[in-house]
Design a binder for this molecule. Structure first.
Ligand code: HEC
Length: 273
């Protein structure tokens, strides 16, 4: 990893936020300390009576707690006692706590703002619109990525790749997308065994590529063209072909016709003459 990778804008952001956090913590600690010193200083100047009066006053936190909850002290409950009495069960006319009312008003304000933003002025997209936007962005990204690919083959001229990176890419996709039906080792489950020489749809490389691209109508083998770009389809097809003769344990029995690559080669040669 070199320096330019280490100091990405994202990394710089994290570092800055971290520093700001540490500095504000230090400032907070320092101000608490200064306040303590000031308090001690003021107390030193006070007379004895002032000191007793200050100690009797409820703390800052107790005052805040009282303000937010608006409790009626038990001694004053008579003032809010309602005049009904059910078999000795009485009812107090307590206020809602101010913190609760505050939250309630916040939700009302939020609902009004939400309504204005999303439904009256329509300044922000609703879920469905947002979904469409994200799909469009993904499609644009896919198109731009595919625009960079050099695709110099079609389903009739495609040849197997022997590149280790491309085969590994094919294997990864096979294990994620295809293994549910063909088993991770290609031995076959709901889909046929791909490791033997018997094929239902032909065993040449272009046959395999075509099955992956176009699927087999009326079976669970769907066309993958919309999900995999041509390079990736070639990688997956190359990986499938590389499974030939691996003979994994528990593989399904042969299905379809024997495909013999040598036979094919002879036929091609004889066709040429
Ligand atoms: C939902 C199950 C399913 C999934 C997922 C699936 N396949 Fe298939 N596949 C099948 C079935 C079923 C067949 C047999 C079609 C037929 O009867 O001709 C088949 C056939 C094939 C064949 C031709 C086999 C032959 O004998 O002619 C190949 C190659 C193949 N699949 C590759 C793949 C690859 C690569 C993937 C992943 C990108 C994949 N399959 C994903 C079910 C599946």
């Amino acid at each position: 990893m070199n320096n330019s990778q280490l100091f990405t804008p994202e990394m710089m952001l994290y570092i800055t936020v971290g520093l700001v956090f540490v500095v504000s913590l230090l400032v907070l600690l320092l101000s608490v300390y200064v306040l303590q010193v000031l308090k001690a200083f003021v107390e030193k100047q006070m007379t004895e009576e002032q000191r007793v009066a200050a100690a009797a006053e409820p703390s800052w936190f107790a005052q805040l707690w009282q303000k937010w909850n608006d409790f009626k002290p038990i001694e004053k409950e008579d003032e809010i006692l309602l005049d009904h009495n059910y078999d000795g069960i009485k009812e107090l006319d307590n206020h809602l706590p101010p913190w609760w009312k505050g939250l309630f008003y916040v939700t009302i304000a939020y609902a009004v703002i939400y309504l204005l933003v999303f439904h009256v002025f329509q300044t922000a997209p609703l879920q469905e619109e947002k979904y469409d936007m994200e799909m469009a962005a993904a499609a644009a990204l896919k198109a731009s990525q595919e625009a960079d690919l050099v695709i110099d083959f079609d389903e009739n001229t495609v040849t197997a790749s022997t590149d280790a990176v491309e085969l590994a890419d094919g294997q990864k996709f096979f294990e994620v997308q295809c293994a549910v039906c063909h088993k991770a080792d290609g031995g076959g489950l709901a889909g046929p065994n791909l490791t033997d020489q018997y094929w239902k749809n032909g065993g040449s490389f272009t046959d395999i590529y075509k099955v992956i691209k176009n699927g087999v109508t009326g079976t669970a083998m769907i066309p993958w063209e919309s999900q995999l770009n041509p390079i990736r389809m070639r990688n997956v097809a190359s990986y499938v072909q590389s499974l030939q003769g691996t003979n994994p344990p528990g593989a399904l029995p042969p299905d379809g016709d024997l495909y013999d690559p040598q036979q094919e080669e002879l036929e091609t040669i004889s066709n040429d003459y």
